[in-house]
Design a protein around this ligand. Structure first.
Ligand code: 6PG
Length: 250
């Protein structure tokens, strides 16, 4: 991660969410103006809930019918399960906006094996982006969180999944999570035009310091690096409390 210039600190998670909505509107408007559509991959977890609610309520969001939503990762549970990322995004965002069903690319978790589900998700992404050979799809925006252990999406520390170079999405089994998962891989994440990390809460302060200031961190979130893209790290004051010399809004 190379983010020294792109850390934005806010009083609380509501401030983080408001800024994320502003950036979403800017990035999506630009993408639609440039190429007629906007593609984003979303994460689950607690932090983005406020963002989803505010995005759903925003009057400035450009055409939902030109927006295509994917998932950065999913827990392998049915959509009605309270741990489902799709379920979470549906209840806080999708149910409140006019997005065509075909524009929502969820990860199937019912009546399918974990591996087959990952394959099918890869096919969906490939078909949509017209992915060929080694070229990685290029999302306009990928939204990520950071776990206390430094994981991001469902890429966990020390796992072989961090070494994946060719696949777009992979199955993940880890004792760090009660459920199996499916995640986008690092090459896809690192090919995005924009990445927004949303991080909140005092319990993230230690790992955030390690990721931002540690010179040799090899944690999954530290491996997110955009050669040709823009990274935003949006954090609240409690999460930023251990960072050296950070002022609000900086
Ligand atoms: C998930 C995520 C995961 C999340 C982090 C942070 O499905 O759990 O995509 O990577 O972003 O665990 O989660 P919080 O926002 O709850 O801290």
């Amino acid at each position: 991660m190379k983010n020294e210039d792109n850390i934005f600190v806010f009083d609380n998670k509501e401030g983080v969410a408001d800024f994320a909505v502003t950036q979403w509107i800017e990035i999506s408007s630009q993408a639609i103006a440039d190429k007629g559509s906007f593609t984003a991959a979303l994460s689950g977890g607690k932090t983005p809930v406020e963002f989803y609610k505010r995005l759903a309520a925003s009057r400035d969001t450009p055409s939902w019918d030109r927006t295509h939503l994917f998932l950065a990762d999913e827990r392998f549970v049915p959509p009605s399960h309270n741990e489902s990322n799709y379920g979470l995004i549906k209840s806080h965002l999708l149910s409140h906006v006019k997005i065509p069903d075909d524009n929502v690319h969820r990860i199937q978790t019912e009546e399918i094996t974990l591996e087959e589900s990952a394959r099918r998700y890869e096919e969906d992404i490939s078909r949509f982006f017209g992915h060929r050979g080694d070229a990685m799809p290029r999302f306009d925006l990928i939204m990520l969180g950071i776990g206390e252990d430094g994981h991001t999406a469902s890429l966990f520390p020390g796992k072989v999944s961090l070494k994946e170079r060719t696949r777009l999405a992979i199955p993940v089994t880890t004792n760090k999570s009660p459920h199996e998962r499916i995640t986008l891989t690092l090459p896809v994440i690192n090919n995005a035009r924009n990445i927004m990390f949303l991080v909140s809460g005092r319990d993230k302060a230690k790992v955030l310091k390690q990721i931002v200031e540690g010179k040799k961190s090899s944690l999954p979130a530290s491996r997110v690096y955009l050669e040709r893209g823009m990274m935003y790290l949006m954090v609240d004051q409690p999460a930023a409390s251990l960072l050296s010399g950070r002022k609000m809004g900086q």
